[in-house]
Design a protein around this ligand. Sequence first.
Ligand code: GCO
Length: 466
Amino acid sequence: MTTSNMSMSTDTPRAFPKNFLWGAATAAYQIEGAAAGDGRGPSVWDDLCKQPGRIWEGHTGDVACDHYHRWREDVALMREIGLQAYRFSISWPRVIPGGTGASNEKGLAFYDRLIDALLAAGIQPWVTLNHWDYPLALHRRGGWLNPESPHWFSEYTELVAKRHGDRVAGWFTHNEPQCFIGVGLQEGRHAPGLRLGISDVLAAAHHTLLAHGLSVQALRARARRDARIGWAPIAHVHVPATDSAADVAAAKRACFTIESDFMKNNTWWSDPVYLGRYPDDGLARFAPHLPKITDADMRTICQPLDFCGLNIYTAERLVRDSGDGGGRAVTVPEPPGFPMTHMRGTVHPESLYHGARFFHERYKLPVLITENGISCADWIALDGRVHDPNRIDFLARYLREFSRAGRDGVPVAGYFHWSLLDNFEWAQGFQHRFGLVHVDMQTQKRTLKDSARWYSEIIRTNGGGL
Ligand code: GCO
């Protein structure tokens, strides 16, 4: 790499704290398949996949990686890699087909078996409750627009916390609310595919945050006392074009300033959760469209959490200080030919450094990278192996930056690689491969990629090999 932003500190060991947690992540709809199997109810993604033109090449999650039937083999692969933790999501409509009311014993039993197998393999189970496969039956009752929706989510949380809470080591309430609300209800590209006005979007967002708060309360009441609880939002990290104090300050300010693109906001989501209040600039900007917000709501939303979860893949913008004393962030265009992934994301390892620092300085919690990874054009080579040097180089650079944040005083708690398996990439179908493990979508054959063997050594040496 020749670009300045890809230069790395090469002077000090890059180990992580001794209790640092190494994992990998997946999501139910992206890997399980068995979409109608054993009593599972339909989700909004099952419904969207049936709508012509919505998903690339008409792909669906009907079979995906068939993890619902191959989970033993997949746990064995996790053990071979040496994962210490596995972040997976529970499919809400698999355990409560109608979203509320009667539960599905076969669905609950599946997750029991998976959790027990993980524990037997010495792998901590970490559960995401909402990774977008929202019950279609509840969507048809208004979904997140319905003022009852926080209570539906709390009921679901109660059920799984009672059933699995004695063994689950960590919980994430929502994955990326900016996506399932912003892209699903405002832009319409993701399920349920609506294009609502800002007033409805803000009301749905408020209910989502209330649902988070009620869910945390239910987890605190039912889960293991030592379970760690949080959530996994996107972190839209603006990174400084130079390490000058002015540019860094401008980038940090941009991270926590309400953007015109609702989906790209950090503070509208995380300030209520961690600080118990919506950001003033957002309240001013959205004033004409706000739902009713009470002090009691904000107390419910703001529950004590154990970590600041961050999904980070790239930088939102490369910025410099405006230089006029106003401290504004001015976008610095990336030069032609700047490194990009197969998914056309720019490669900005420093986003893990600045993201970890900026979010820790604002929310004062240990930082857990809940997703980071890269889509590569992987295939089985003539020698029968999957060579993915770009993924190895990408991970080495990003992990070095996260380690640097730790050395600069940020309590770095762990890292979940996205993803364990190549899987269904939402509206982009199966055109992207994010896995440490290659999956042949026709034969379901799993093949450890070179990056899996590399990651295994990184885990064994706790980052010493970086
Ligand atoms: C997301 C989701 C994942 C994606 C991954 C790659 O962040 O969009 O959590 O389900 O598959 O990030 O885009």
